[in-house]
Structures are given as structure tokens and as C-alpha cells.
Ligand binder design. Structure first.
Ligand SMILES: [Zn+2]
Length: 422
């Protein structure tokens, strides 16, 4: 019998970076068919492998984030961890696939759902339309062994724009910048007190008599801005401080007519956590003031809102749209994704008890970020879901590692879940 780790090592020899995972797709389809399973592949390259009358669907994504030398992966073991030399390992989410392969080898009557391109925006999950038979789905993409995930945030990106006319201004010019802040994930780090470079810049400029030439800041919609820069004109000499750098520059550029409004808007924007979820000690609703730019005289403000329920997301979206509209901005909502509202049910209890039986302890968790389970739970509303997985550290990096003992134990917990539902 081939072990989980042996199957995983086979997977590392088959390239499967996001968008370039066709060889693994074909391999897995062949693997299932050879063992008497029915295999379906949809147009988004999701794979469904099934047999008999399954009650339980196991789900994982089969793409990986390729860093360093990946897809060339050379694995090695060190102090109980499986690692890769100078590349990401792909234990996220390949270890789950290796577990599924062992279960297929055993001929288990289950559905195995392997989604495509999770790492680049839940692409496979969003396109999913298989007729699934199972009552329950266990996602295997979590990364902390004794934890059972039972909920995740939904979100939407809210983008506001407004054109500003240019206005000649002969006053001296300054470049004002904030840089070197730590940044962080706009969901899971939003309650960590990480400063937002855009908010600091707006706070600094707000009480000064200035004309705004331009303002650029933020890196990505899903990260807390680490830097922001404005060019301004002012008759008063501007002084920097420990966080804000000020530099006098030569500039004949015009200022934006009404540019003060941009600064007032940024200062008044309710960036951060708006409500906490006391049961799970995570944010219930939050919003990230992510990116601001004034290229071509059009101020464009990009934000990402998250909430743990559909009602919460509607609330924060409406509030934000109204806020921008009160300044005369045109607002668009983009890239909306559903929440998976944390709720204890028969299946989450089964998974919790199974994990506890193996690890001696367990915790039900929810996360303030989007997961495939959110998308899937909306598509299959009658199905009960939970998520577990072996301990993985530093995923998406060349330091990625997975606990070998944790793989064995998580697999024992998984087998207990299978026994309990069938
Ligand atoms: Zn993953």
C-alpha cells in the first residue's frame, strides 16, 4: 500500500502551478478511473471523482502557488517536517489530494471534488455546477491540525471615482510620503492594529493649508496599505515627523480643484473593524481603505469590505456606497463573494468530535477571509460543510512545511468522519 507521504511525493513530480495544472488534472482523472471511479471534468477544469451512493464529499484544490524553483520540487525531511529545497512545497493543498488517493486505493464510496485555480481567486469553486449527491462536504484546505473551520467571511470590493478639474497654483511644492509600514492581509490582519499609510497621510494633510497636486497609495485591494505619497503646494513650510517624510520639490503642476475633499473623505473613511464576532473573537464586519490614486485628474478609491453574514455584507456595502455618494462619487461594487455563516450543525459536531478523539482537543473556528467553502455553501445550500487539514506553516513561500505526524493524525480524524457519516 502506498502511503500518503509517498503519494504526495509523486504529486510533487507533476507540475500544478495555478493555471498550469493540466498534467495533474489528467493524472488524477486517470488515477480515479483506474480504480473504478466515475470521473467528470467541467469547463473550469474542476474534477469530480465518485463511486456508489456517497454521503460525504471530500474537497480540495489541486493548483498550488509556485514560488522559487517550483514546479521543480525537491522534498526533504527535517525535525518532523516535510519541506522543499528553494521552492514552495505544495502541501497546500497537495497533501489533501494524497489523502484522497489513499482513500481511492481503498475503494471508498465517496465523492472527491478537486477544484481548479483556488489560489488565484477561487476560480474553480466559482464555476462549479456538478450535481453533487453528498449531504456533507469536508474541505481539507485548513492549516492547523486540531482546528475545525465552520465559517468564513464574504466580501465585496467597493470602488469609487470622481473627476477633479486642474487649477494653476504657483506656491512651493512638497512631496509628502508615508512608507515602510508593515502592511498585512485586509481580512485576517484587519484587527491587529496595523497602521494604514493612506489614513496617516490624510491625517497629516487634513489640518494644513495646502493644494493637492496628486495622491497615490496602497498596493493591493486585499492588503493594508504600507505606503502612500502626495504632492502638495503650500505657502507654509511643511515639516515631517517620525512617520511622515516631507521633501521640498520643484513642480509647475496644477492642483486639483476641490482636492481638499479627497483628504477629508480619506480622513472620514471608517477603515478597519466595524463590529466584532464575540463567539469566535474575530471581526464580524470590516473594511480596508486599500488604494487611492488621482491619475489623469480622476480620483479613484478602492476598498474591500468583509462580513461574516450576507446581511452584514449588505449593511457595510450600503453604508460605504452612501458615504462615497455623499461626496458626489460614482460607486461600483466588484468581485463580490459569499460568506459561509458560522453555525454548529450535525456535521460540524461529527467533525469536531472526530478531531477531538484523535488530538485530545479541538476548537471550532471561523475566519475573517474568503474560503472556497463560502462559494460552495452558497451553491449547495442544503449541504453541511466543515474544513480541517494538517498543520502547514508558511504556505505560498519557499519556507512552506507540513508536519509529518500531523498528516497521519489528520488522516485518522478524516477516517473517523467517514465512519461516522456512512
Ligand atoms: Zn490552499
Amino acid at each position: 500500500m502506498t502511503t500518503i507521504i509517498e503519494y504526495f511525493k509523486i504529486l510533487t513530480t507533476i507540475p500544478h502551478c495555478s493555471k498550469e495544472a493540466d498534467r495533474l488534472m489528467e493524472y488524477l482523472a486517470h488515477f480515479g478511473k483506474e480504480r473504478g471511479y466515475e470521473v467528470e471534468i467541467d469547463s473550469a477544469k474542476n474534477i469530480l471523482i465518485s463511486k456508489g451512493r456517497p454521503e460525504l464529499c471530500l474537497q480540495a484544490h489541486y493548483d498550488m502557488v509556485c514560488m522559487g524553483k517550483a514546479p521543480q520540487i525537491e522534498t526533504y525531511e527535517e525535525e518532523g517536517w516535510l519541506k522543499a529545497k528553494d521552492s514552495s512545497l505544495g502541501a497546500d493543498n497537495g497533501m489533501a489530494i494524497a489523502m484522497m488517493m489513499v482513500l481511492m486505493e481503498e475503494g471508498r464510496e465517496l465523492e472527491f471534488l478537486l477544484t481548479s485555480d483556488e489560489e488565484i481567486g477561487l476560480i474553480g469553486a466559482n464555476a462549479l455546477s456538478f450535481a453533487l449527491q453528498s449531504k456533507y462536504m469536508l474541505n481539507l484546505d485548513s492549516e492547523e491540525e486540531a482546528e475545525v473551520y465552520i465559517g468564513c467571511a464574504g466580501g465585496a470590493d467597493i470602488v469609487a471615482t470622481k473627476p477633479y478639474a486642474a487649477f494653476r497654483d504657483a506656491r512651493p511644492a512638497y512631496r509628502v510620503s508615508v512608507s515602510g509600514l508593515p502592511g498585512g492581509h485586509s481580512g485576517v490582519d484587519i484587527d491587529k492594529g496595523i497602521p494604514n499609510a493612506l489614513k496617516i497621510l490624510a491625517g497629516y494633510l487634513d489640518d494644513k493649508k495646502i493644494g493637492l497636486v496628486s495622491l497615490e497609495g496602497g498596493e493591493r485591494r486585499n492588503s493594508i496599505p504600507a505606503k502612500a505619497t502626495a504632492v502638495v503646494k503650500s505657502d507654509t513650510v511643511l515639516q515631517g515627523n517620525e512617520i511622515v517624510q516631507v521633501e521640498a520639490i520643484e513642480s509647475s503642476e496644477a492642483i486639483l480643484y476641490g482636492g481638499d475633499e479627497i483628504i477629508a473623505l480619506m480622513k472620514g473613511f471608517r477603515h478597519g473593524v466595524q463590529a466584532m464576532n464575540e463567539a469566535f473573537k474575530i471581526p464580524e464586519r470590516s473594511i480596508n481603505l486599500a488604494i487611492v490614486s488621482t491619475t489623469g485628474g480622476i480620483c479613484r478609491i478602492e476598498t474591500s469590505a468583509r462580513a461574516m453574514s450576507a446581511g452584514g455584507l449588505a449593511h457595510i456595502s450600503d453604508e460605504t456606497v452612501q458615504f462615497f455618494e455623499s461626496y458626489g462619487y460614482t460607486v461600483k461594487i466588484e468581485d463580490k463573494y459569499p460568506s459561509w455563516k458560522p453555525e454548529v450543525n450535525r456535521f460540524t459536531e461529527i467533525v469536531y468530535e472526530s478531531v477531538k478523539a484523535v488530538f485530545g482537543e479541538s476548537r471550532m473556528m471561523a475566519i475573517h477571509a474568503g474560503l472556497e467553502c463560502g462559494v460552495i455553501s452558497q451553491k449547495y445550500p442544503a449541504m453541511q460543510l466543515a474544513s480541517i487539514g494538517p498543520t502547514i506553516r508558511y504556505p505560498h513561500s519557499t519556507r512552506e512545511k507540513v508536519g509529518i505526524d500531523s498528516v497521519e493524525k489528520s488522516f485518522s480524524a478524516l477516517k473517523r468522519v467517514i465512519e461516522a457519516v456512512s
